[in-house]
Write a protein that binds this ligand. Structure first.
Ligand code: SAH
Length: 348
């Protein structure tokens, strides 16, 4: 326990630890150390962001994907997935609804879908930014060339979410097909940063074969990248993937990692993710109380929600956008936080 407190204090002081120290802190964590960590994490969060919670309107616009990530329910080989893509008009409808509900950030997320050529993505970005110049637009559409990223940025995209998934290249290769590598994924993140995007990275907690060493390497990579946002959530089994028989990640370790991230990057944006809300009914509230400061409710049309199935039992697949918005508002108020209507740019 003393050792744990010492390491948590050292993290707060230095904003980083050695790999060995990260491993120690993670493997020897105790509930008491976690409580201590969360109190410090909340303190940091309140200094920079007060009790505000930023909201992002998530629009899952296509579940077609050319990739075959072993954990993901919309992987190419999943023939049970009911494929859909939203038209530009559908997407603009989602934005209109979202804007009316107070969203000032839209996140376009999807599989790597060849139908959405650079030309189509650029047109989509321009249409959204023309109509909603006061909103931030985030893309989360996977690995693209530097030139494509540049075109999207020039068209008006402000932010890009691309989780590195795991920093360790051997672990990465056990979660992905041989066509995908940790090196290429990281290269994309450096390109995005250099172009000028506000960048979000992140990883799954408890993914198959993950060790404390891997998590330590994730922390070191994130420290080096110094992103604006870090999205983490538990790995959750999807029945129609090669990982159907694996075990999902835990609430407990995800919360602990959130607390560590808040101490390492005090000014970063940290979402309490839908996956966290899926493994525990109070997951998102507990995420906020561990240092998170963002929630990302769904703006996708209800008709397609259940088809954007990355993992089993995803929450909120039946709710209208307005219901999600008011449900989260109540949940945040119940724990002393408030949802704000703002772009919510990162201070990091
Ligand atoms: N195609 C985009 C978006 C991927 S989906 C891209 O490549 O970035 C967004 C995130 O969901 C992924 O980065 C992954 O970390 C997470 N995810 C996918 N399958 C998951 C699962 N089974 N459990 C938990 N999270 C998952």
């Amino acid at each position: 326990m003393q050792k744990q407190i010492f390491l948590i204090d050292k993290l707060k002081e230095d904003r980083t630890l050695t790999k060995h120290e990260w491993v120690q802190l993670i493997t020897e964590r105790t509930p008491e150390a976690a409580e201590y960590l969360f109190a410090l994490a909340r303190e940091e969060r309140h200094i920079h962001y007060g009790h505000d919670v930023y909201i992002r309107g998530l629009i899952e616009f296509t579940n077609y994907c050319k990739n075959d990530c072993l954990y993901c329910g919309i992987r190419k080989s999943n023939s049970h997935a009911n494929r859909y893509r939203l038209s530009e008009e559908d997407i603009l409808d989602c934005c209109r609804t979202g804007y009316g509900l107070g969203f000032r950030t839209f996140v376009l997320q999807g599989g790597e879908d060849a139908f959405y050529t650079d030309e189509r993505i650029v047109r989509l970005i321009s249409s959204i930014k023309d109509r909603y110049p006061d909103c931030a637009l985030t893309l989360s559409i996977g690995e693209k060339s530097r030139e494509s990223y540049r075109q999207y940025f020039e068209a008006g995209a402000d932010r890009y979410l691309l989780r590195h998934e795991t920093s360790n290249s051997i672990h990465y290769s056990r979660l992905h097909p041989p066509s995908l590598t940790a090196k290429a994924r990281k290269e994309c993140l450096w390109n995005l940063k250099e172009i000028g995007y506000q960048v979000g990275t992140g990883f799954m907690v408890g993914s198959p074969y993950q060790t404390a060493e891997h998590l330590a390497e994730d922390m070191l990579f994130i420290r080096e990248l110094n992103p604006h946002m870090v999205g983490i959530g538990p790995f959750i089994v999807h029945r129609d993937t090669p990982f159907a028989g694996q075990t999902s990640g835990t609430l407990e370790l995800t919360l602990f990692m959130l607390g560590l991230l808040r101490l390492m990057l005090p000014k970063a944006l940290l979402p309490a993710t839908t996956a966290l809300g899926t493994i525990d009914p109070n997951g998102r509230e507990l995420g906020i109380l561990s240092g998170a400061n963002v929630v990302m409710p769904n703006l996708s049309p209800t008709g397609v929600r259940k088809d954007y199935s990355l993992y089993d039992n995803k929450i909120c697949t039946g709710d209208e956008a307005a219901e999600c918005r008011s449900c989260l508002e109540r949940r945040m108020e119940a724990i002393g936080y408030r949802i704000v209507t703002a772009r919510g740019d990162s201070l990091n």
